[in-house]
Design a protein around this ligand. Structure first.
Ligand code: MLT
Length: 201
């Protein structure tokens, strides 16, 4: 997968896996990694799917309606990419914390839904429930931050509440941060995620 790897100054700090939103690139979230954990190594990946020229991490049939078969295929593809990147760049595969926004948060959520060992933790900015009707793995010991907007037209509050309940039931410890805005990622939300991260790791 097309990506950027930046070696951090602290080899024991979690490696930040950055996952952009629809139409973004692997450069988009680099400034956020600097705010959250400036000493971490960073692996920032570009989604392999194109929707009218816009990179994404999996196909969708319409806004908020996912192609579940492709979602599962792309989740496995990203998970396998993380395994090979850990070998190539010599980092601890068990020490990866995802930061995803929108479509990137959704594939990070899907990693958590499919494999308890995919991520050590996750910061999900404006995620949706990636898929329903699936039994989740045991996610105990995995801290998850969810940033949501009360007026987000793409992810309703209900979607945030459902996702929180599903992850919590699977044993994850979930903290939800609400903003009064829409789908955009605000500086106050990033600062809240950074404060949360520093409490966890
Ligand atoms: C998705 O397709 O993952 C969500 O609708 C969010 C987005 O537009 O990327």
């Amino acid at each position: 997968m097309k990506h950027i790897f930046k070696q951090g100054s602290d080899a024991s700090a979690p490696v930040l896996l950055l996952l952009h939103g629809t139409g973004g690139t692997e450069r988009d979230l680099l400034p956020i990694a600097e705010v959250v954990s400036p000493t971490s190594s960073v692996l920032s990946v570009r989604g392999n799917v194109l929707e009218n020229g816009m990179p994404r991490f999996f196909r969708r049939l319409a806004e908020g309606i996912f192609d579940v078969e492709d979602l599962i295929f792309r989740t496995e593809e990203l998970n396998a990419f993380l395994d090979s990147a850990a070998e190539e760049y010599q980092f601890d595969r068990r020490n990866v914390v995802a930061i995803g926004y929108s479509n990137g948060a959704n594939i990070a959520g899907s990693l958590l839904f499919h494999d308890a060992n995919a991520l050590r933790g996750a910061i999900l900015h404006h995620p949706m429930v990636p898929l329903r009707g699936k039994e989740l793995p045991n996610l105990s010991g995995i801290p998850i931050f969810i940033g949501a907007g009360k007026n987000d037209p793409i992810c309703s509050s209900r979607e945030t509440e459902d996702l929180t309940a599903m992850l919590t039931q699977a044993g994850a410890s979930v903290d939800v941060h609400w903003e009064n805005y829409g789908h955009q990622l605000t500086r106050t939300e990033v600062d809240a995620a950074a404060a949360w991260y520093n409490d966890q790791f």
